[in-house]
Design a binder for this molecule. Sequence first.
Ligand code: URA
Length: 258
Amino acid sequence: MRLDRYLAECGYGTRGEVKRIIGKGQVEKGGRIATDPGAHVLPGEPVSVMGREAVRKGPVYLAMNKPPGYVSATEDRGHPTVVSLLDQGEYGHCGLFPAGRLDLDVTGLLLLTNDGPFAHRLTSPRKAVPKTYVADLSERLGQAGAEALPRGLTLGDGHQTAPAMVWEMGGRRVALRLTEGKYHQVKRMFAAVGNNVERLVRVGVGGLWLNLGGLRAEFGPAGEASWGLGGAALDLGDMAIGTYRDIGTAGMEAALDG
Ligand code: URA
């Protein structure tokens, strides 16, 4: 394989960007500084960039319990990004980005990947992969809200929401499962029924599920059954906030299996 393509597949950027790195003399191939982007990398031949071994990685799928105060982006001027939480030695050159986004204050399940088509499927409105949230509201949901959310309602900007599943978990805590992901959608849906989200956590993406603080037990068996959270779901357990783990292709498939 050509050196420029090899480095691009290691996550060092586009072929053009990789050529610039080679031009700066930062790449070694077989123990010597490489100057030719078209040179062939032989099987097993060591390649390094600025002294660090360049390893070709396949697609990577990480599940993170996003902490508050982190932006779901690869770069930001004002706040730290979720990507900055990753071990740079292990993932710094994989080209990972968040597949979808959670607001700055929102916590819970966020997937990071370098698989563009997967991210597209996960977030595309046409694929309608369900996302499950647990919201602590300022008021009890009440009957009007409990009826309006499953029916679909009109947001402030005129958008008509698709029907959502609602599960009242007791007190002011409500779970909501949606198949759309418009800007601030959950907060705006509760605002449309005269309520306010005080705390929002995403607990499920497709068939992937975070069981934060044993939250799943709050659904009870009836809730689990009606939400399809039983057998088929891949339970990531109670991941500490700010941590992440590699979920591999099995996790990727579970996320798309809603
Ligand atoms: N809905 C919101 O309002 N915020 C999020 O981060 C996700 C869904």
